[in-house]
Design a protein around this ligand. Sequence first.
Ligand code: UDP
Ligand code: MG
Length: 329
Amino acid sequence: MTTERNIPVLYLVIPCYNEEAVLPETTKRLTEKMHTMIRAEQVDPESRILYVDDGSKDKTWAIISEYAEAIPYVDGVKLAHNRGHQNALLAGLMTAMPLCDCAISMDADLQDDINVIDRFVEKYMEGCDVVYGVRNKRETDTFFKRTTAEGFYKFMKILGVDVVFNHADYRLMSRRALEGLSEYKEVNLFLRGIVPLIGFKSDYVYYDRAERFAGESKYPLKKMISFALDGITSFSVKPLKLISNLGILISVLSIFGLLYALISHLCGVTVAGWTAIVASIWLLGGLQMLCLGVVGGYIGKIYSEVKQRPRFLIETHLKAEPEEKVLDE
Ligand code: UDP
Ligand code: MG
C-alpha cells in the first residue's frame, strides 16, 4: 500500500455491552453520517458500521441483527461470551481487517463526536496509518474520573510507557496498522499501550467528549481500577524494580536497627520495646505481603499469556453481500 490512497472502505467498529438504550440513536446518527460520506465520495460504498455484541444480557443483539438485516451499511458480530471492552474491540477490528482499508473504533454511547470522522479520514488520505482521537477537555466526566485518569496517564509516563494523553479508544487504524496489531498476541490486552508500539505515521484529531447519550457506564470503579492495573503491569516491569529497591532499603534499615538493639543490649539498657517489635513485625509482614502480591500479579500475567487461550470467539457474523444491500437514496 502506498501513501497515494484511493477512497477508502471505512469500518466503524463499535463494541456494545448492554447498549439497548443507545443503539437506536447511535445507529440513526451513524447511518446518516455514513450515507453523507458515501455520497460525498469520502468513503467507499462498501463501508460499514460493525457492531460487536460483547455477550450482552439485554436486547442488544436482537437490535443489532434487526438493523443488520434492514439497514444498509450495518453489520454485526456476536461474541460467544462477555470478554470486556478491549477484547470486543479487537474482535471487531480483526473482523474488519481483511474487509476494510481503515477502521475507526468508537464507543456505542455517542460520547465520541462523530463529526470528526471526516477529519480522521482526511488524515488517513494524507498518509497516516494511525489517527488518535484526543479529548479537548473532560468536563463531561466526573471530577473523580478526571483526576484519577490524569493520575493514571502521568504514572504511565513515569513508568516510561508511551500512551497518548487523553486518548481513549476513539482512533483510526489503516489496514496495515491492523495487520501490525494482529501480530501482538498478548492476552492481557491494553490497546492504548499497544497501538503506539506498532509505529507507522500517526497524527491526532481533537474533539469534545459528550455525555453518555443513554444507559449507564459499563466501567464502574472496580473495572476502571483493574483496567489501569492491567495497563501498568502489561507494559512495565518497573513496579518489580521498585519493590527490589524497597527491599534493599528495608534490609539496610533493619541492619542499623539490629546494631542499635545490640549496642543498647551490650550497654545494659534493656528496652521493654514490645510495641516496637510487634509494630515492626506487622510492618515487615505487610510489606512482604505487598511485594508478594505484586510479584504474584506478574506471575498471574505470565500464566495467562503462557496458556495462549483465544482472546475471543465469534459466534455469528451477519454480513450481507454488497448486492443484497440497496442504498436508500
Ligand atoms: N463495553 C463492552 N464490553 C464490556 C464493557 C463495555 O463492549 O464489558 C463497551 C460499551 O458498550 C461501550 C464501550 O465499551 O461501547 C465503552 O464503555 P462505556 O461507555 O460504558 O465506558 P466509559 O465511557 O464510561 O468509560
Ligand atoms: Mg462511554
